[in-house]
Ligand binder design. Structure first.
Ligand SMILES: [Zn+2]
Length: 270
């Protein structure tokens, strides 16, 4: 599943082909994605010039004077820039035709992705209650420590709560907790300020590293048969149940926390 680094890598891959371009037309083959593609977007986006392409949480926002398109990759989606005459496949659900002669094409076998619209000057409901970006200035150890006071929820679930901080998915939460030496089931309120500082630093380091690695795959965004954007992770705990800890050789344990698989080392994480 595309996590924040893949989404950011996608944004960086497609932005140079979108910014300053006009959307000439939309070709929508399958409007029924996770949510139906709204009529407003179909009416409004064609003719608009793309002014900027940003990311908020796992949404890519293409800004125009009339409003912004919100593009989400869902569980299995990808976006690529292709020549206009590239024949669509079964899972190619929409194309934006650009005045450059290229298209932005969305491919998504499982159809959990979305294409939504936010009118200029408004914020889409899905973006309203989101916490800060993990790579932004508002996110640090003090912020986590303050919000966690009096909260008995497991620290891993606290870290994955999009109202606390966005874009820290299961893989990155597991890896950051390992790197910070914090047991995933420890109560959020029982983690010290100093350990939250370490955790925030590890979240930022691990996400930034994954984005850097993703940079090497950027060329795949303009190749019709490239596998765009999803990169091999250097994992310490995630998906490694029963395998030896890379630090202390103790077998990695797996538990279920908030209906998600959670991996940790019982020796390295307290
Ligand atoms: Zn260990």
């Amino acid at each position: 599943m595309p996590e924040l680094p893949e989404v950011e890598t996608t944004r960086r891959g497609i932005a140079p082909y979108l910014i300053g371009r006009r959307v000439v037309a939309l070709a929508i083959r399958q409007p029924r994605l996770r949510w139906p593609i709204p009529q407003t977007l179909r009416r409004t986006l064609p003719g608009q010039q793309i002014e900027n392409v940003e990311r908020r949480a796992k949404y890519i926002l293409a800004h125009t004077a009339a409003g912004s398109a919100l593009l989400h990759l869902g569980m299995s989606g990808s976006l690529r820039i292709l020549e206009r005459d590239t024949p669509p496949g079964k899972h190619d659900h929409y194309d934006w035709q650009l005045d450059s002669g290229r298209i932005l094409r969305f491919t998504d076998p499982r159809r959990f992705g979305s294409l939504l619209w936010q009118k200029a000057g408004t914020t889409h409901d899905l973006l309203v209650d989101l916490g800060p970006e993990p790579l932004g200035d508002a996110f640090d150890g003090d912020y986590l420590w303050q919000l966690s006071r009096g909260r008995g929820v497991a620290v891993k679930l606290f870290l994955m709560d999009q109202k606390i901080v966005v874009g820290v998915g299961n893989i990155y939460a597991s890896e950051a907790l390992f790197a910070a030496g914090i047991h995933p089931r420890r109560a959020a309120s029982a983690v010290s300020r100093a350990r939250y500082q370490r955790l925030a630093d590890e979240v930022r380091r691990i996400l930034a590293h994954a984005i850097t690695r993703g940079g090497t795959t950027l060329r795949d965004f303009i190749s019709p048969d490239g596998e765009p954007g999803y990169f091999e992770q250097e994992l310490f705990v995630y998906g490694r149940a029963g395998e030896p800890c890379r630090v202390c050789r103790t077998p990695i344990r797996a538990i279920v926390l908030g209906q998600r698989s959670t991996f940790f080392c019982a020796v390295c994480q307290k």
